[in-house]
Design a protein around this ligand. Structure first.
Ligand SMILES: CC(C)(COP(=O)(O)OP(=O)(O)OC[C@H]1O[C@@H](n2cnc3c(N)ncnc32)[C@H](O)[C@@H]1OP(=O)(O)O)[C@@H](O)C(=O)NCCC(=O)NCCS
Length: 195
């Protein structure tokens, strides 16, 4: 897919050993974005604790990186009890973009990748929980035909991904191969910087 991302940034999956990237990104969010991401105010200690355990094998996390620094993420993980999700596969999605890169199409590009991953895993419903006044997140969900359900104080966006097919599986596989190469380049960049 060819898309214009700000500042020559790239999008790729994050791997389990990259929780420090996620932690630093979440800590850099300004107060408002952090509250919107977590549905309320959370301390640095809570953010660190969260990031340390967020990259589990079951989580699919797409990152937007510039020069090896993570500036935005879309995190998707299965929701509900394991047996229930076999019948109705549901996942939760949360997005966070650092302020200078908001409103530049990064959230849209990350959500598009997430929808492809959800589709390829047979996930029927994606929940996006956001505060009721979060117009941008609601606009973003609406772009992808999300059904928005209003509950007290929050909005649940439900997106129904299409069924997987060989092309959608191939597309994610090709993107994964590129992701691995980019992850290795990012490690090299960080090592060069540290040296
Ligand atoms: C909400 C968030 C993920 C959206 O990502 P983004 O990269 O800023 O969004 P995009 O640039 O892709 O824009 C998506 C849509 O939102 C709308 N939008 C963009 N900027 C907007 C603004 N300043 N005000 C209102 N709507 C806006 C547009 O409809 C846009 O689609 P379009 O550009 O095709 O018209 C991001 O702003 C963010 O991380 N906010 C803080 C954390 C958060 O709110 N997370 C969501 C809860 S989990």
């Amino acid at each position: 897919m060819i898309e214009a991302l700000p500042d020559g940034g790239t999008i790729r999956k994050l791997w389990i050993g990259e929780s420090a990237l996620l932690r630093d990104h979440l800590l850099r969010l300004d107060g408002d974005s952090r509250a919107r991401r977590f549905g309320g105010g959370v301390s640095d200690a809570r953010v660190i604790q969260y990031a340390d355990t967020a990259l589990t094998p079951g989580a699919i996390v797409y990152g937007f990186l510039i020069d090896g620094t993570l500036r935005g993420v879309a995190e998707m993980r299965r929701a509900g009890l394991p047996l229930a999700t076999l019948v109705t596969p549901v996942a939760e999605v949360a997005l966070s973009i650092e302020t200078p890169w908001q409103s530049h199409g990064v959230g849209s590009a990350l959500l598009e990748r997430t929808l492809l991953a959800a589709r390829n895993r047979g996930i029927k419903t994606l929940h996006m929980q956001c505060l009721a006044d979060n117009r941008r997140m609601q606009q973003l969900a609406a772009k992808f035909n999300a059904d928005l359900t209003f509950e007290t104080g929050s909005v649940i966006g439900e997106v129904d991904p299409r069924r997987p097919n060989p092309l959608s599986l191939l597309r994610e596989w090709v993107e994964d191969s590129q992701s691995l190469t980019r992850a290795m380049l990012d490690v090299q960049t960080r090592m060069l910087r540290a040296g």
